[in-house]
Design a protein around this ligand. Structure first.
Ligand SMILES: Cc1cc2nc3c(=O)[nH]c(=O)nc-3n(C[C@H](O)[C@H](O)[C@H](O)COP(=O)(O)OP(=O)(O)OC[C@H]3O[C@@H](n4cnc5c(N)ncnc54)[C@H](O)[C@@H]3O)c2cc1C
Length: 561
């Protein structure tokens, strides 16, 4: 089973996500200028004498990516009077990045000093001075974000009391430091992204090209960024950016080697857009950017393999990609407490009721590497349950509800999990057996080990004390009669935070803290959060940094003036 997963993962790596993509309308946009092909060397070098570059097109500001950060940047650039071109890697249908399939909630501080202290305490105060300065500005900007920016869009800004405000209540200064909003009272459903997308349509001097990924940055002899090499209609063309290039290309959830190098656990799968492969991070690295917060991958309980489904335009490999599910026991839902999580050897490894806290509550348990045995025993792990829970409702569910666009799977598969799990057993997503021994055999686990685990758990659940992991008594129920069910569960990467380091103008910094002239990065492409964070800060950060970057870039003198 594990080998299959690795093979499947590798096959995704090899897959050309955009193979065959065409650019609607690109010829009209570029016309004959498409012949202005890139002059970079075959080694991909970005250095060029400006006079040597043949420009296919020029504009003031190029924004790469059209998630929330890209929208905020493009809208602000337009408002600041800059001619702006947005290059989006995906088709229009698939566009919007993680922003579009996210919960679309945003969280801001209500007290900037408390917000800063809370943010630092969330990261156990592991933050360098640059991060402190950045978060100080972020908290301050968040307090007026609604009035400064979001109020202009066609949506009602609705406060969500009690949602992630704060998400880490035990952390000092959590009280009263954050408030969470959503658009129109709707979580998910792309509500914030859609409102901003409509807002972009109303902007002047902004053009969007789909299926037009940015490939590399073009710099002058001094290292200033002066343009972008992009793929337009299958040809590499140079696009001049007179005032700046703003990287809004999201994270690197779907770049296998970057994930391997920054979060040492395997296999992992993303639950957002497969177009986020760290492109902007690599482009920035190539021109000398420093990186930060590469340790901050959000990875929680949440996905299973669902072979045979189509996930939209062939962007996902349908053999391996997984659904967003919640198999946890954080709520004392009647009839659904008789379940446990066991590792590859049939043994429990964590309290099944540990809060998710945007994945940080469970990440280290899932990703623990046993350096003696040289394996990740909990990747993937198994959910084991009995007939009572196995028939009490869907074992895996779309994470919000059937209509929600929360996660790429929900937005693109249209799959509705059954009430009795029978079709999912039929599909092979859920294993079912009359006895624990038979189930263990299907799982390729020693029957005696699984039976011993269930026996011990049942005794502790009956006694009301989890001596092994401290699961709350009211959230434990013994596993009763069979048939028994097993689901192999994989961690779900919500998103990554790390990327190019930036300052409070969203200028991209080199390793010596100097801005790289003409280069900016926003949103999840280099987020300001290391270690854990409060859910909802990402969308706020997209808006804030998009505004910072575009305001600064628009005010620059054109380099070719
Ligand atoms: C299921 C889920 C739920 C979430 N819920 C929330 C929430 O409720 N609140 C919150 O604050 N955060 C949430 N997050 C995190 C949040 O969605 C992201 O941090 C945020 O959307 C990042 O926005 P972005 O604009 O930086 O990147 P994205 O929205 O991911 O957009 C990046 C865009 O860049 C494009 N792109 C990539 N490479 C290139 C290239 N080379 N050239 C051109 N374009 C390129 C991509 O196609 C994509 O459209 C959630 C994440 C997930 C996955």
């Amino acid at each position: 089973m594990e080998e299959n997963v690795m093979e499947a993962r590798q096959s995704l790596s090899r897959r050309d996500l955009l193979k065959g993509a065409g650019l609607v309308g690109a010829t009209a946009v570029f016309g004959a200028a498409l012949s202005g092909c890139a002059s970079q060397g075959e080694d991909g070098t970005t250095l060029a004498a400006t006079a040597d570059v043949e420009w296919a097109r020029e504009t003031d500001i190029v924004v790469l990516g059209m998630g929330a950060a890209g929208l905020a940047a493009a809208i602000t650039a337009s408002r600041e009077g800059a001619e702006t071109l947005v290059l989006e890697k995906s088709s229009e249908e698939d566009s919007g990045g993680n922003s579009r399939v996210s919960g679309n909630i945003w969280c801001v501080a209500t007290d900037e000093a408390a917000g800063l202290e809370y943010a630092l305490n969330c990261a156990n105060r592991i933050a360098d001075q640059d991060t402190v300065e950045y978060l100080t500005a972020f908290m301050k900007a968040g307090m007026t974000l609604n009035d400064d920016f979001l109020i202009d869009f066609d949506m009602d800004i609705v406060e969500l009391p009690g949602v992630y405000a704060p998400e880490h209540p035990g952390v000092p200064h959590s009280d009263g430091c954050s408030v969470v909003y959503c658009a129109n009272g709707t979580v998910g459903e792309s509500a914030l992204w859609e409102a901003m997308r409509v807002g972009l349509d109303e902007c002047e001097n902004v053009e969007v090209l789909y299926e037009a990924p940015g490939l590399r940055l073009i710099t002058d002899a001094d290292g200033a960024v002066i343009g972008v090499v992009a793929n337009v209609e299958g040809a590499e063309v140079n696009i001049k950016a007179r005032k700046g290039v703003i990287l809004c290309t999201g994270g690197y959830e779907f770049n296998d080697s970057m994930i391997e190098n920054t979060y040492p656990a395997w296999p992992l799968f993303g639950r957002g857009t497969p177009y986020n492969t760290g492109d902007g991070i690599k482009m920035a690295q190539k021109v000398g950017a420093d990186l930060w917060h590469m340790n901050c991958t959000q990875m929680g309980v949440g996905q299973i393999k669902v072979p045979g489904l189509d996930f939209g335009n062939g962007a996902y490999d349908s053999d391996i990609i997984t659904t967003a599910v919640h198999f946890t026991v954080t709520e004392p839902t009647e009839g659904r407490l008789s379940l446990i999580h066991v590792d590859k050897h049939g043994k429990r490894f964590m309290a099944e009721d540990r809060p998710d806290r945007h994945s940080f509550g469970r990440r280290e348990y899932l990703g623990w590497y046993d350096g003696i045995e040289c394996e990740w025993p909990n990747l993937p792990f198994w959910l084991i349950t009995d007939a009572a829970t196995g028939t009490a409702g869907p074992l895996g569910v779309a994470s919000n509800n059937e209509s929600s666009k929360f996660s790429w799977f929900n937005a693109h598969s249209g799959y509705e999990w059954s009430e009795d799990n029978a079709p999912e057993v039929e599909r092979g997503w859920v294993l079912k057996a009359d006895t624990l021994a038979e189930l263990a055999s299907m799982m390729e686990v020693e029957a005696a080990d699984l039976e011993a685990t269930v026996e011990r758990y049942n005794a502790m659940a009956t006694a009301g004390v989890d001596e092994d992991f401290g699961r709350a008594a009211e959230l434990m129920a013994p596993l009763g009669a069979g048939p028994y069910y097993a689901l192999q569960v994989f961690p779900a990467i919500y998103n990554t935070q790390g990327g190019p380091k930036r300052n409070t103008k969203a200028q991209t910094l080199d390793p010596f803290g100097e801005p790289i002239p003409g280069l900016y990065n926003c949103g999840e492409c280099g987020a300001g959060f290391g270690w854990v964070y409060n859910g909802g800060w990402n969308m706020a950060e997209c808006c804030i940094t998009g505004m910072w970057a575009a305001t600064d870039a628009a005010a620059r003198d054109a380099w070719d003036a």
